[in-house]
Ligand binder design. Structure first.
Ligand SMILES: Cc1cc2nc3c(=O)[nH]c(=O)nc-3n(C[C@H](O)[C@H](O)[C@H](O)COP(=O)(O)OP(=O)(O)OC[C@H]3O[C@@H](n4cnc5c(N)ncnc54)[C@H](O)[C@@H]3O)c2cc1C
Ligand SMILES: *[C@@H]1O[C@H](CO)[C@@H](O)[C@H](O)[C@H]1NC(C)=O
Ligand SMILES: *[C@@H]1O[C@H](CO)[C@@H](O)[C@H](O)[C@H]1NC(C)=O
Ligand SMILES: *[C@@H]1O[C@H](CO)[C@@H](O)[C@H](O)[C@H]1NC(C)=O
Length: 510
């Protein structure tokens, strides 16, 4: 720590109530120095949008301790790359679709093959390669629930969710996740306060549908059960619609290109402290110092000063790269975000047909999702490489495939042989994957202190590549609006009337 000032600390303590949220800018003509911690999709999209807003002159540094892409990353098996983290993108994920197009990234179709829902006693339901047959099976089992769910998702869910794009296209930002959800729609905010089970019953869905179809959706996407909150339930149901894709060569390409296009500097290092070194009371003018370990050598620490700091990595207790906040007059992380442990296992091998009650390998669905809570695995899925023009080094034996299994804890040998008759390669990837989604959980703020922002607050609503971009853009807009005193564009839960914004002059495009 280069600087520490007891005097400012005391004053800050006395006047924090007056200053928080106020940011009348004294540095109007000065370009801010911006530091971003984390180069996942959240941090790199913040950098990208900040560059669009502030223009070429501002300095933007992005700190990354591991790899650009974060929770989107590839794993190489038998000379081919597979998605090890965030995989599936929906056709209605507006930002991912538009950015991929803008950056000339190729999308490939990544809808699943035949899907089986697995309860302890066997396969409860299995889709067919024929859409009509699948539909008939679903209607037979769930009746009107299918229509009720689809209607709700399309006419209320997606509609309310899409409102965030309208706000952001008009340059509007939110200081908390709660305000963001309120602006999208009261129904969505309300759903965070109830369990998925309660919220989906509130929509009129039957218990069978909730315990099977909805349970599978949330188990597959978030490793959790219908005791997770209702908002996550809706997001999970949106994610099992049939139109799914991924980015060729890996979704991490998105973070890499966002970073390149932002023209930010990548600093390879681990930030361990964010210190408030100047706090001009009443003006919002602050300076921060980031202390970081350069490269891998723990003794090699350096520090840099910034006017705006963006934390774009989870502030949970569990992760190893913990960031501490020093010299602040109050606690800036006064919320809890507990993360869910997920283990993804990759094998090249043959499925154990006995365990799945099927006659042969071929009869096993391409993906099996468990609907029994606390079963030993969440899902088993046959996966394809991210680059179509690559070949395996050693040709696959008959009936072999690359399978990905999600577990909530490390599997035992016995569990592995229950799943696979044989396997030639086995990899485990441990993740603090996404929050534990509980009813009434804390919804953290995007703004931790004057000009100190937190992208991953958005994950407490829902963790996904698309929401990381939404969080990244929100934080960029929030920083910009506060810097320029555009208070009319902060925390407005109503869109300005069409009349006042008809000129489109204020509308920004990606
Ligand atoms: C197994 C798995 C499956 C998933 N499936 C999907 C899916 O199918 N579809 C989907 O949309 N989403 C999915 N997700 C979620 C999605 O991957 C994440 O929501 C998203 O990638 C988060 O991006 P982020 O930038 O906010 O965080 P991250 O990607 O975690 O980025 C944070 C970065 O900060 C770095 N960092 C942390 N601490 C420090 C420090 N002190 N100093 C410097 N750098 C630091 C980290 O190394 C990391 O690179 C999945 C996630 C997992 C784990
Ligand atoms: C995408 O392709 C277009 C047309 O070939 C080109 O003009 C543009 O610069 C490319 N964009 C990026 C980000 O590579
Ligand atoms: C909130 O959701 C619960 C559970 O679905 C429902 O019973 C309640 O009526 C909702 N409240 C409002 C104000 O919509
Ligand atoms: C397949 O799984 C069954 C249990 O369902 C187990 O008894 C058997 O040993 C497994 N087969 C192999 C080859 O591991």
């Amino acid at each position: 720590m280069a600087f520490s000032c007891q005097f400012l600390f005391l004053f800050g303590l006395a006047l924090v109530g007056l200053t928080s949220g106020r940011a009348l800018n004294t540095d109007e003509d000065v370009s801010p120095r911006i530091g971003i911690i984390g180069a996942g999709i959240g941090g790199t999209s913040s950098a990208f949008f900040l560059r669009q807003l502030y223009g070429p002159k501002v300095t933007i540094d992005v700190f990354e301790t591991e790899k650009v892409g974060g929770r989107t990353t590839n794993i190489r098996i038998n000379a081919q790359d597979y998605e090890a983290g965030g995989t599936i993108i929906h056709k209605k994920n507006k930002y991912m679709v538009e950015l991929a197009r803008k950056f000339n990234l190729t999308a490939y179709d990544n809808r699943g093959g035949i899907l089986g829902l697995w309860a302890e006693d066997g396969i409860r339901l299995q889709t067919s390669e024929w859409t009509a047959i699948t539909l008939a099976k679903l209607v037979w089992r769930y009746g009107m629930d299918l229509y009720t769910a689809r209607h709700w998702i399309n006419n209320i869910g997606f509609k309310q969710f899409s409102r965030i794009y309208e706000f952001q296209d008009r340059g509007m930002a939110f200081t908390t996740v709660e305000d963001m959800l309120r602006a999208m729609g009261d129904d969505l905010l309300n759903m965070t306060r109830y369990t998925m089970n309660e919220a989906l019953r509130g929509i009129g869905l039957s218990q069978t549908f909730i315990d099977e179809y909805a349970a599978a959706a949330v188990k597959d996407n978030y490793g959790q059960t219908v005791e997770a909150n209702g908002f996550l339930g809706v997001v999970s149901l949106m994610a099992v619609q049939p139109e799914l894709w991924s980015i060729q060569d890996g979704n991490k390409r998105m973070a890499e290109i966002l970073l390149r296009e932002s023209k930010a500097n990548l600093v390879k290092g681990t930030v361990n402290t964010v210190a408030l070194i100047r706090d001009d009371l009443g003006t919002g003018g602050v300076s921060y110092e980031l202390d970081y370990i350069k490269g891998n050598d723990k003794k090699n620490t350096e520090s840099k000063e910034y006017d705006i700091v963006i934390v774009a990595a989870p502030l949970n207790e569990q992760t190893k790269n913990k960031i501490s906040f020093a010299e602040f007059p109050r606690d800036v992380v006064s919320f809890k975000q507990e993360y869910h442990k997920l283990v993804s296992m990759f094998v090249q091998g043959k499925i154990n047909a006995t365990s799945f009650n099927v006659g042969s390998q071929q009869e096993c669905p391409d993906e099996v999702i468990t609907i029994t809570p606390n079963y030993f695995f969440n899902s088993v899925k046959k996966v394809s490489p991210v680059s179509p023009n690559t070949e395996p080094e050693t040709p696959f034996k008959a009936e072999e495939a690359i399978w990905r299994v999600f577990f909530n804890k490390n599997p035992t040998q016995e569990e592995i042989s229950k799943l696979f008759e044989s396997h030639s390669d086995l990899r485990l990837v441990d993740w603090w994957a996404y929050p534990e989604y509980r009813a009434g959980m804390d919804l953290p703020p995007f703004m931790l202190y004057d000009r100190l922002y937190y992208v991953n607050a958005v994950e407490s609503a829902a963790s996904a590549m698309e929401t990381a971009v939404i969080g990244g853009r929100n934080v960029a807009l929030l920083a910009f609006n506060q810097w320029h005193g555009n208070f009319d564009k902060i925390d407005e839960v109503q869109l300005p009337s069409l009349a006042s914004s008809s000129g489109d002059a204020e509308k920004s495009e990606l």
